[in-house]
Design a protein around this ligand. Sequence first.
Ligand SMILES: Cc1cc2nc3c(=O)[nH]c(=O)nc-3n(C[C@H](O)[C@H](O)[C@H](O)COP(=O)(O)OP(=O)(O)OC[C@H]3O[C@@H](n4cnc5c(N)ncnc54)[C@H](O)[C@@H]3O)c2cc1C
Length: 439
Amino acid sequence: MLCYVAPLLGLLVLLQLQPEAAALQAPLRRIAIVGAGAGGLTLANALRKLDTGVDEVEVFERSVSNLQPGTGGGIQINSGASILRLLGFGDELDASAQRITRVLTRAASGRVLLDLDVLEAAERRRNSGQFAASDLKFYAIMRDRLQQMLLAQLPDGCLQLGKEVTNLEQTDKGVSLRFRDGSASQRPYDMVVGADGIAGAVKAAVSGTETPAVDSGLRIQLGVGAGNRPSGADSELHQWFGGNTYALTATYGGIGGKSEMIAIVYQDRKPMGENIGWQTADVTQDAVTRLEERCFPQEVVNVAKGCDRFFQVGVRYRNPLTKWSSTDGRMVLLGDSAHAMPPTLGQGANQAIQDAYCLAERLQALKRGDYGSVREAVRSYEATRKPLVASLLAKSVFLGGVETLDGPVGAFVRDNFFSVMGTVGVAEKIFVDGGVPRV
Ligand SMILES: Cc1cc2nc3c(=O)[nH]c(=O)nc-3n(C[C@H](O)[C@H](O)[C@H](O)COP(=O)(O)OP(=O)(O)OC[C@H]3O[C@@H](n4cnc5c(N)ncnc54)[C@H](O)[C@@H]3O)c2cc1C
């Protein structure tokens, strides 16, 4: 009797699995992206520009103001810039972002700890054949400029603002979304990508539980203005150390001209609660006092005084070695939602852009028949990106700790650390490596 029942049961199981297996192998046509940051908007462009077979891309963004001109700070992009060039944004980057050609690191006393000629460093690496002939470029760009650039090549209606995803529901027909305003998606999506930053609504759905981000103890005050910049060319990025504080000043290409920015990083173990985020908060006086008390040169204090908006954020990060996708690969994470890292290496957005390209490229390969299922394609994306971002995250956490060391011994260790890293070429290697995309 058993010899009849067993094959019958097997057949029933197969019939049960069949529709799902078929759906998973079918080309993906409809994809929803949650979050319109650098990662989400790059993915929307990449899905349309590569031959992925995806013909409907919708981006849902909870904020109505994050994409307005005049919001947010500036970021340095390098490896992300190479990816954006692949996607056809090279001319716009050259026209609107500020090229970085020198990184000058000094103690507040004026002692030079590291002086990196970026162009020469890139040329040295190129000549040693360490990366293919990509023209490596380092830029500083305002966040709003980058987002507007990425948005401009998406069709009208692709981005929906004020749509906060609160819930994801998966059936064998796809993934459906629910929004804070009470609405829901009309039809399920073949795939939902969580590019929703550290807040992580999609992360919770992928992991099946809330996974809180880790507070690094680092705090950043970030000022933006059109006013003062320290001596030196616009293409110079200056880093300063004084007391337990690190400050970076640079010029960023933006909408309607250049902006000056200062980022002041320090340690504070008092719990900060939620990030204030990118809304304007007036912390100018606190920032100026911090710099003056730690004897930063007047040219640095003047940058802070010349800012017309200041933000304050607490730096948190995510363990990158947890799940980035649901078992069948239909819910996937990228960027900060998968691996938020301290910004001390200036790599978070660069990595989000690379994640986006890598995922789109794997979906193109899926359409070509290189993978047997969505899950395989998504696994390949994860296997490529996870070790890279895990290593960057570890370096960023370490660097944040060194940059904000306190007391005379701390300052001695920090200053000599940067000086030695410069002398033996490690700083140059880390910086130039950050410019090489790995997708
Ligand atoms: C001070 C500072 C300086 C930095 N400097 C650099 C730098 O120089 N170079 C660099 O590469 N990186 C830098 N970073 C890191 C970089 O900003 C982030 O890594 C990058 O923005 C991550 O991009 P993302 O697209 O993954 O997420 P985000 O940019 O965080 O975008 C996520 C989007 O999703 C939206 N969202 C969230 N939840 C939901 C939801 N439930 N429904 C719908 N929408 C939602 C958010 O409103 C947001 O617009 C810096 C970060 C900070 C704080």
